[in-house]
Design a protein. Structure first.
Length: 484
């Protein structure tokens, strides 16, 4: 059997988190609002109205273009994309066609070892063809044998980003969405929640003989609402195309619908061409001019990109790549880490360990935002210093994390108020160890008869007797002397 490879390109629709729609003042985020309550004559396409471009949409599109290393065009234009569907009240969509706001650019995808057949991991460079602004359409659904229309989403601002056909596997496509979602949230320009439709993705898939450079007929997969669904749908379409080609059949330019419930691809229609949409310039909007001065103003506080920060964490703080990857998944977490390291002025790896093993668990379980926690980076650094100084032991330190978060009090104050200081006085600790030994004669006899592993058990008893405040190492030394 011949060996094939897939050729995959993705089209992503990104809902920008602006307060109002792209061409009117209606509320943009209407996910939980009653149907047809965030609409006006502009976004429902009533006669005689004129669209007015939302400046914030342009600013966020420029931010995304910069993050993708794309070239922002000084002049771009809006066009009408004509098609007829019940959720498109104007009969056309305002978008950008041949003169978009940005072109080119790329994103580097670190493909993990688990997604690499050779188990090594690699970087896949995915080029961006173009990035353009457009308005969203409404939604339709079937209910009670009727087709109902909700226009709330009409006019919601989108950026559509189209890649070159540079992806080769379903896992690479999934990684693209993972990294894009990370970047959008990092920039603060989109919630990027696929379940709510903030981030949507269509996949263009074709196959060819491995080693070939030709681009064969492609199909388009629509209506995937999660990263796992995209991965599954692409895998199934690749398998289907290989089966068809092996049978001697042609691949047709279909648009395929992904059924989430059944996990099945179904033919929707033959894929449209650009000519079907009869694009022409939008006569009601002026050209969009992004001057160098405006662009500089938009980008004056442009953040360090997540992959750049990940590499810097490895280089500057000598962290393993695994740690750096976890700590840069969210911008807020990465900033929390850096602030804690600055306050601690100790081993960055120790800060990383506490963050990843304990603080991050709190964040996930309690749905906290790192930047809004009562357990501030300064408080975490203070707690680590108390452990380093032997004022408290690690067990007490870990229990203090939640108490600091609940109360907002500093670790030092809590240690003082609750008497949590570590018991490391020889005389005081000796009394506790002697008490434990006197209360457990059988275990003492077993230890003295050669079962030396019981020393850990004795230390545990001392920790329990001291309510977790004993210096475990000192307790072990004292117990060993007493048990001889």
């Amino acid at each position: 059997m011949a060996e094939y490879e897939a050729v995959i390109g993705l089209e992503t629709h990104i809902q920008l988190n602006t307060s109002s729609k792209v061409f009117c003042s209606c509320k943009a985020d209407s996910w939980e609002d009653p149907q047809n309550t965030n609409i006006c004559p502009v976004c429902t396409g009533l006669p005689g109205v004129l669209p007015v471009l939302n400046e914030e949409v342009v600013e966020k599109a420029v931010m995304l273009a910069e993050a993708m290393y794309a070239q922002v065009q000084p002049i771009s234009y809006f066009d009408r994309k004509n098609y007829f569907y019940p959720d498109l009240p104007k009969g056309y969509q305002i978008t950008q066609f041949d003169k978009p706001i940005a072109v080119g650019g790329h994103i580097d995808l670190p493909i993990p070892e688990t997604a690499d057949p050779e188990g090594k991991g690699y970087i896949r460079k995915v080029r961006i063809h173009k990035l353009h602004i457009e308005e969203d359409a409404g939604k339709t659904k079937n209910a009670h044998d009727q087709r109902l229309v909700d226009f709330n989403r009409c006019g919601v601002p989108l950026v559509e980003m189209v890649t070159e056909p540079d992806l080769r596997t379903a896992d690479e496509a999934a990684q693209y969405l993972i990294r894009l979602r990370q970047l959008l949230r990092w920039l603060g320009i989109s919630e990027a929640d696929m379940e709510k439709g903030n981030l949507r993705c269509d996949g263009n898939v074709s196959i060819r003989l491995k080693g070939s450079n030709v681009l064969n007929q492609k199909t388009e997969i629509k209506n995937v609402n999660s990263i796992d669904s995209l991965r599954d749908a692409i895998r199934k379409e690749i398998d289907r195309q290989i089966r068809e080609v092996e049978k001697g059949n042609e691949i047709h330019a279909w648009t395929l619908d992904w059924d989430e419930d059944s996990g099945v691809l179904r033919k929707m229609r033959s894929k449209e061409t650009e000519a079907d949409y009869r694009y022409f310039r939008e006569p009601d909007l002026l050209p969009l001019i992004v001057s160098s001065e405006w662009k500089s103003e938009i980008l004056k506080e442009f953040p360090e990109r997540p992959l750049d920060r990940r590499q810097r964490f490895c280089d500057q703080y000598d962290l393993p790549m695994y740690d750096a990857d976890i700590l840069t998944l969210e911008r807020g977490l990465s900033e929390y880490f850096e602030e804690a390291v600055k306050e601690y002025q100790g081993e960055p790896k120790k800060v990383s360990n506490w963050l990843m093993n304990d603080v991050l668990r709190m964040i996930k379980e309690q749905h906290l935002e790192p930047g809004a926690m009562r357990l501030t980076p300064a408080f975490l650094a203070e707690l680590l210093k108390l452990v380093d100084a032997g004022t408290i032991n690690i067990t007490t330190g870990k229990s203090l994390l939640q108490i600091v978060q609940d109360t907002g009090k500093s670790p030092g104050k809590l240690v003082e108020e609750q008497g949590l200081a570590q018991v490391n006085n020889d005389e005081q600790l000796g009394v506790i160890c002697s008490k434990v030994i006197s209360e457990h004669p059988e275990e003492v006899s077993a230890f003295r008869n050669g079962k030396e592993s019981l020393i850990g058990w004795f230390v545990g008893q001392v920790m329990r007797e001291s309510h977790g405040k004993a210096d475990a190492k000192m307790a072990k030394d004292i117990l060993t002397d007493l048990l001889k």
